[in-house]
Design a protein around this ligand. Structure first.
Ligand code: NAI
Ligand code: DG6
Length: 517
């Protein structure tokens, strides 16, 4: 039997009345269908399918993009930088299992494929990467910079992270041993005491001076590397929550004043976010703390700069957002989820501090709420599964994260269905490809303009980039937009949005002709 699917990586040109390609732009029309539901006084439910037309304009020229990571010298930061240097210089390295060639496995944009359609020749499904539909940044061409409270050069930081194989570290050393992170904005009140010994690379002065220096750093990076755009991604230690206080961080004006006044509740991460927004650089919060306080969101909205949060969804939580979706989706009632992580990297060491652990604990625990709320047949009266999250610091294991999870459910006639899982992977290998994807997709979003039905103006997407929820434990949404946690829905959102840019319909999964006579 011949193959039923094939992957084509060549650019896909869509031939349809819904799309026009000019030298500079792709202009598409997309018919968006949703169903409005009304509930009558007698309880009757009526559904009204509705269509609206969105027009998209996507600039075809890809910006020259630079990535700045906050926490460049940490495990994630050095792993991302290593992959990019290794790929750019086509490095190969030896391990006991053989020769390895640099690659971006684990990245949705670099290694994921999506169904474009059915071959007219032989009926096979045709798949392509997203970058075949719309041009995207090649991460090999993306200069990397960033800040760290530790002034170690990247070669030494890679050694200390113990993520990369020794042969690869040796091959990278000549490229990175002169690369030193920029001095960081820092406040001892937002980080665990156990991190203080590494804090030797700090911007002097108060918060306003720190903000100004961060802004200069972004501008310098842009100028010296000849960049069109910079994306800033927080991958530094998880901070404590900052208090949200009326008059301090509730509006953009108050937040800027609070920075000027060196207010103790303005966290370093909020300073980085404000600096990025003021410089027009999209900002991604890869940790669970409330960096994006209301004043910061308002600033992003006023200046129309993208923000995305919170906390990378890389391992156990990602699995949870697949498995619980699968179980509840099959009509199985999940009753308990008990999940353990143990590992020994610096992130986990910092999380031994109970104040710093609080936001991470909340992020790891929230991830199934929408899935449970969506099924009152199984979960009436606000019932919820018992959800326990435990993490432990085990220094010997370093970055090798162990995830042990037990899910107990009720299925047919209340019989019990128990699943036990054990995963092991380098924490940073799970997370680094997400950072690359976030940078690549932020750049794409920067090039999109959209006109909603009834408007005559093309505008950029909403500054809160909820479409990137696939990568986030607690996706930040705009206003009343509901949070979606199910990974498949989140992936479909990115896929269908990119398809809309070239006038392709959303994937229906129907394959209808083959099912009909
Ligand atoms: P890490 O501890 O190895 O690296 C963090 C780096 O941030 C350190 O080098 C530290 O010196 C630096 N840093 C701390 N405060 C800073 C500041 N104010 N400015 C600049 N740099 C600062 O941690 P790792 O493993 O790289 O993780 C980074 C972050 O990503 C953590 O917050 C973690 O919770 C989050 N994360 C990681 C995931 C993963 O799978 N690895 C998944 C989800 C989130
Ligand atoms: C403890 O779980 C360490 C954390 O930093 C995690 O590695 C990180 O938040 C990833 O979490 P998850 O739940 O997606 O594996």
């Amino acid at each position: 039997k011949s193959a039923r699917a094939r992957t084509l990586v060549a650019p896909v040109i869509v031939s349809s009345d819904n799309v026009q390609y000019s030298e500079d732009e792709i202009i598409s029309k997309y018919s968006y269908t949703d169903t409005k539901v009304t509930i009558g006084e007698d309880g009757t439910v009526t559904a009204f399918p509705q269509n609206s037309v969105f027009e998209f304009k996507t600039r075809r020229r890809v910006s020259r993009l630079g990535l700045m990571m906050v926490g460049l010298g940490g495990n994630n930061g050095t792993t991302v930088a290593a992959a990019m240097y290794a790929k750019k210089h086509s490095l190969e390295w030896q391990t006991r299992t053989g020769t390895h060639v640099s690659n971006y496995k684990g990245s949705l944009t670099q290694c994921g494929t999506f169904r474009v359609g059915t071959s007219s020749e032989d009926g096979t499904d045709v798949y392509s990467p997203l970058s075949s539909l719309v041009p995207m940044v090649n991460p090999d061409d993306m200069p990397v910079s960033g800040w760290d409270i530790s002034g170690r050069n990247l070669a030494d930081a890679m050694d200390s992270a113990q993520v990369l194989e020794p042969d690869l570290r040796n091959k990278l050393r000549p490229f990175v041993d002169k690369v030193v992170p920029l001095p960081a904005a820092f406040d001892t009140d937002f980080i665990a005491d156990n991190q203080l010994p590494r804090a030797d690379n700090l911007i002097p002065g108060q918060k306003q001076e720190q903000l100004e220096q961060l802004r200069r750093d972004i501008r310098n990076f842009k100028e010296t590397q000849g960049l069109d755009e910079v994306v800033v991604i927080w991958t530094a230690n998880s901070e404590r929550y900052s208090k949200e206080i009326e008059g301090v961080n509730d509006t953009s004006e108050n937040l800027l004043k609070a920075i000027q006044g060196n207010h103790p509740e303005v966290s370093p991460s909020t300073l980085y976010a404000v600096a990025s927004i003021l410089e027009g650089a999209p900002y991604v919060n890869g940790s669970p703390q409330n960096t994006l306080v209301p004043g910061c969101v308002k600033l992003a909205e006023e200046l129309q700069v993208f923000i995305c949060g919170d906390d990378f969804k890389s391992g156990q939580t990602k699995m949870k957002s697949v498995l619980v979706d699968y179980l509840i989706g099959c009509g199985v009632k999940v009753k308990t989820m008990v999940t353990y992580n143990h590992l020994g990297n610096n992130d986990m060491y910092q999380l031994t501090d109970q104040v710093m652990w609080k936001p991470k604990s909340a992020a790891k625990s929230k991830v199934i709420e929408d899935l449970v709320e969506a099924n009152e047949v199984l979960y009436p009266n606000n019932e919820k599964p018992d959800h326990v999250v435990v993490v432990k610091y085990v220094p010997f294991l370093g970055d090798s994260k162990r995830d042990v999870s037990e899910y107990t459910s009720e299925t047919f006639l209340d019989s019990h269905y128990t699943m036990i899982m054990h995963n092991e992977c380098l924490d940073s290998a799970l997370c680094a490809p997400l950072i690359i994807d976030l940078a690549v997709l932020c750049e794409l979003f920067q090039r999109i303009r959209v006109k909603v039905q009834g408007s005559d103006e093309f505008k950029s997407m909403h500054p809160v980039l909820s479409a990137l929820g696939f990568f986030m434990k607690i996706p930040k949404t705009a206003g009343e937009e509901p949070i979606v946690n199910a990974l498949n829905r989140q992936r479909a959102c990115i896929e269908n949005l990119v398809k809309a840019l070239v006038g392709l319909p959303a994937e229906s999964h129907l394959l209808l002709p083959t099912k009909c006579q």
